[in-house]
Design a protein around this ligand. Structure first.
Ligand code: TRP
Length: 428
């Protein structure tokens, strides 16, 4: 059986805050370290365009969110970490799914309905300021998920409906074209708390009550000083229930630490002192990450390379799957016979890299496509190990490895750079 696939996306429309860290980033990074699952994390920048019309903000947020996830311990070697807009198969699949999605299904989406209700209540046209992007959001999200055949999608409660819609859309597609789509499930972590913000309501950008995750130390201290408390004087017993300060502390502290603060509350700790305790506790967890965050933010080229490598890894899955899907819906090469390419049975054979030994006693490899056409031919290697190392490089880096292997490869006539790059991504 194939391993469990877990996938989640992060919209690149803001700066990560403590609520994002506790509610999404920290649990996801921990889950990615568990053995057995194959994890996919991506920066949902196409989604960000639905909300944000400022190009500089999209770019800045992408940089900050990428740096945050890596600083928080996500290991791009272990997981597949990529940017949505680097995967052209996502919008391509989005269109195929659009064509099997009922408009009525989208009419019922909470996010769209909320906009319509607001407009109606204020006497405006129902669709005033509603873009087709907002309306289509659930289909794009379904494409994100279905393209990777994800089984589980960790999301907040507000996203459950979108996962259900992805299932509905997958079923419509399968009904028409055969069982190609895996039906995903939402994964709601019961133990993951929503963090209260400065004013005690859920920490959220829309309430403007957030504490930035990687603010400099002194700024973090200031923000924590701004948490709303009641007016009890030092010496008066404080209640933990309903105390935003206490709840935030709990999200970072061990059980013993939490018990200690509970006792301090009962003994009448001054709010100023309680805030100092909270500040030190958060800073202890964040400080080491803050340093790597700063280093990454100041090295955008490195982040870009990591995302490009992630896209390459992702596209080795999405390109062949998309090729199969194109076949299945009838977007086909006219040379392929309509008889044999029956809609439900097409399987796309992949290009293969073959290593072999010639009569000269030396070692070689070549890349051939499914029909046996030669795409890439190596020169000789003294040992099988050297040949294998070159193959490994091609498997890992795809066409990016070609420049470095230039003097080890023979040129093959009639094979374009694009064909070769595509084949290198699809090969086994
Ligand atoms: N819509 C999600 C959110 O706002 C982000 C997202 C986009 C996503 N595509 C996804 C989450 C796919 C999970 C899977 O939080």
């Amino acid at each position: 059986m194939s391993p469990l696939r877990v996938l989640t996306g992060i919209t690149t429309s803001g700066t990560p805050h403590l609520g994002n860290y506790v509610g999404a980033i920290r649990p996801a990074v921990r889950a990615s370290l568990a053995p057995g699952a194959e994890s996919f994390y991506f920066l949902a920048d196409y989604h960000a365009l639905i909300k944000v019309g400022e190009p500089a903000r999209i770019q800045r947020s992408t940089l900050e969110i990428a740096a945050t996830w890596l600083a928080a311990g996500l290991d791009p070697e272990r997981v597949t970490f990529y940017r949505q807009s680097d995967i052209p198969e996502i919008p391509e699949l989005c269109w195929l799914l659009t064509c099997v999605t009922g408009k009525g299904l989208l009419n019922r989406a909470h996010a769209y309905k909320a906009s319509v209700d607001k407009n109606t209540a204020s006497g405006h046209d129902a669709d005033a300021d509603v873009t087709a992007g907002l309306f289509m959001y659930p289909v794009l999200m379904a494409a994100d998920i279905l393209l990777f055949k994800a089984n589980q999608v960790p999301v907040g409660r507000d996203q459950i409906q979108h996962i259900e819609m992805a299932r509905d859309i997958a079923q419509s597609f399968n009904h028409l074209y055969g069982e190609h789509m895996v039906l995903p499930e939402a994964l709601i972590e019961a133990s993951v708390a929503t963090l209260p913000g400065l004013d005690g309501r859920k920490m959220s950008k829309s309430y403007d009550n957030t504490i930035a995750l990687f603010a400099p130390r002194e700024q973090l201290r200031k923000q924590i000083a701004g948490i709303v408390t009641d007016s009890k004087a030092p010496g008066e017993a404080k209640t933990c229930e309903g105390s935003a300060l206490f709840e935030i502390y709990q999200a970072f502290a061990s059980t013993e630490e939490t018990t200690a603060l509970r006792a301090a509350y009962a003994e009448g700790i001054a709010w100023g002192d309680a805030k100092q305790v909270l500040f030190e506790r958060i800073d202890r967890e964040i400080a080491p990450m803050r340093d790597s965050y700063e280093a990454l933010i100041n090295d955008p080229g490195k982040l870009e390379d990591i995302l490009q490598a992630g896209a390459l890894k992702a596209r080795r899955l999405t390109m062949p799957f998309m090729a199969t899907l194109r076949q299945n819906v009838g977007l086909r090469n006219l040379r392929s016979s309509t008889e044999t390419a029956s809609a439900k049975s097409v399987k796309i054979a992949k290009p293969t890299l073959k290593q072999y030994r010639e009569k000269d006693g030396l070692f070689y490899f070549k890349l051939v496509d499914a029909r046996g056409r030669l795409l890439l031919q190596s020169l000789s290697f003294e040992s099988p190990r050297e040949a294998a190392a070159a193959i490994a490089q091609l498997q890992k880096q795809g066409s990016q490895a070609l420049a470095g292997l230039q003097d080890k490869l023979e040129s093959v006539q009639g094979v374009s750079a694009e064909d070769l790059a595509a084949a290198l991504m699809q090969m086994d």
